[in-house]
Design a protein around this ligand. Structure first.
Ligand code: ARG
Ligand code: ZN
Length: 472
């Protein structure tokens, strides 16, 4: 790969390499990717981040973002050099206080060479000073930073961090966050977790948000704009913070009628999934034309388009289900996306049944019947869909069919024990489809290899619909 040198400091680092004693020969560069076959350059090797402290300033008029990211991390190998994933312009990098050489390279790497190599197991503090206009930066020909008439939004999957903070951009490396952003007075900043405080000076207001449980980089969100913020508590006592663009137009009523039910729905989901894993819950609806919703941790991103036809509590159920299935328990590799989307869709089916709008079995039968055997729908393998089909409807609908098939195979008692036990088993961690099968086999005492293969890994329509042999 062609590497573009931008740091004069790199020369000094090169000569410094000559000074490393022979015993340092085991010091190697961290890999430019964490090892996910779907996305070879996502994340990095050689270190693990525990906390991101982002102190930024944003000017909505010009889309200029600047500030400092301080990362607390630990090296996981003898490290001569390491990468962060990032696209904005860096002016200085320090590692444990000392200036480090750095250079940007394709597709989205910031290569950092510390003044001295770092032994495995070293605690490091990495300070990155940067600035830039995120809307002007792209990688692989795309840009997921969304400007709005009064601000901007970072919320996308599987990538959104490159446009606003340097990171180890893969769900395998989860960390806590402090996100502090100053904006012109009268503009609001929304992010994950809890609003600790706001402070004002010289016409700028600084918003300090804290997310205190491990959080994947793609689940970190930033929204700047003119928002109405509502706060409350669910009946079970979960603090709720929602935000609505002041500029929503016709969807404003339906958006609020849906998202204001966040506390009620989070409480309802605890009946199936166990205790809510985070210290705050909520969602925000900015004035964007982007179409999807995203389960950004504790603070779900909704497009107004979700509410174009009226209220939509189903999407709220979907995104809140992800707080357990996806956010607290994150995938190990992007191929494991079924654990996120299959279960979030299944939660929508449970909600449909709860609302008297069709049982899970009726919805499963409907999905099965509405896709004939020659429908390309069945060629997508939810258990390993490939990067291009990661968010194909088959991952969701065939994925939920697989969940219903599992329920019918192991019976309701074991099924609901799995549904509630899994988020506890891997709380705040990472797990794969193989881990899920092993867990379901342990809880149910049944061998499930054939069932998983049929419903998740075959590129064809299963011969028979999920059997209706469920017993209590
Ligand atoms: N996890 C999201 C959801 O199911 C899907 C996001 C898809 N990403 C995208 N850029 N369209 O709610
Ligand atoms: Zn989803």
């Amino acid at each position: 790969m062609h590497r573009r040198l931008i740091a004069p400091g790199a020369l000094a680092a090169a000569s410094l390499l000559l000074a490393i004693p022979a015993s340092a020969a085991s010091y190697l560069p961290g890999a430019p990717g964490i090892g996910d076959p779907y996305y070879p350059y996502y994340g990095n090797g050689g270190y693990d981040v525990s906390h991101y402290d982002l102190r930024l300033t944003y000017q909505p008029r010009t889309d200029e973002l600047e500030g400092t990211a301080t990362l607390l991390a630990t090296t996981t190998q003898d490290l001569s050099r390491f990468d962060l994933d990032f696209l904005l312009d860096v002016s200085e990098v320090r590692v444990n206080g000392a200036k480090a050489a750095f250079s940007a390279s394709a597709p989205h790497e910031l290569e950092i060479t510390p003044a001295a190599p770092l032994p495995k197991g070293t605690s490091i503090t990495v300070v990155v000073r940067y600035s830039g206009v995120p809307s002007t930066k792209s990688a692989y020909g795309f840009n997921t930073w969304h400007r709005t008439p009064d601000g901007a939004i970072a919320a996308d999957e599987p990538e959104s961090a490159w446009w606003w903070f340097p990171s180890n951009d893969h769900p395998l490396d989860k960390a806590t966050y402090d996100v502090s952003v100053a904006v012109p007075d009268g503009t609001q900043v929304i992010s994950n977790g809890t609003l600790q405080s706001t402070t004002s000076q010289l016409g700028w207001t600084r918003w300090n948000w804290r997310s205190n449980k491990p959080q994947a980089t793609y689940l970190s969100t930033l929204a700047i704009g003119k928002f109405d913020i509502t706060t409350g508590k669910s009946a079970n006592g979960i603090p709720v913070v929602n935000a609505y663009s002041k500029d929503l137009g016709d969807e404003a009523g339906a958006a609020r009628a849906s998202v204001e039910r966040t506390g009620e729905i989070a409480d309802w989901l605890t009946g199936y999934f166990g205790p809510y894993p985070f210290s705050s819950v909520g969602g925000y609806v900015p004035n964007t034309t982007t179409g999807y919703a995203l389960e950004t941790q504790t603070r779900v991103y909704y497009s107004p388009r979700q509410f174009a036809n009226g209220s939509n509590t189903s999407v709220v159920v979907h995104e809140l289900a992800h707080q357990w299935y996806g956010d607290s328990v994150s995938l190990k590799g992007w191929k494991d996306i079924w654990i996120n989307e299959g279960f979030a869709r299944y939660a929508q089916w449970l909600w449909s049944e709860h609302e008297g709008e069709g049982t899970t079995q009726q919805l499963a039968d409907y999905v099965y019947a509405s896709h004939p055997a020659d429908d390309p729908f069945w060629t997508v393998k939810p258990g390993d869909p490939g990067p291009d089909n990661q968010f194909d409807t088959a991952v969701y609908d065939r994925g939920a069919l697989a969940v219903q098939a599992l329920r019918n195979e192991i019976g309701d008692r074991a099924f609901f024990a799995v549904l509630k036990g899994w988020p506890q088993q891997h709380a705040y961690g990472n797990a794969s489809v193989a881990d899920f099968r092993a867990y379901a086999e342990k809880v149910s005492g049944k061998r499930l290899a054939a069932l998983f293969d049929t419903w998740l890994f075959q590129p064809s329509k299963p011969a028979a619909p999920s059997a209706r042999t469920a017993t209590l």
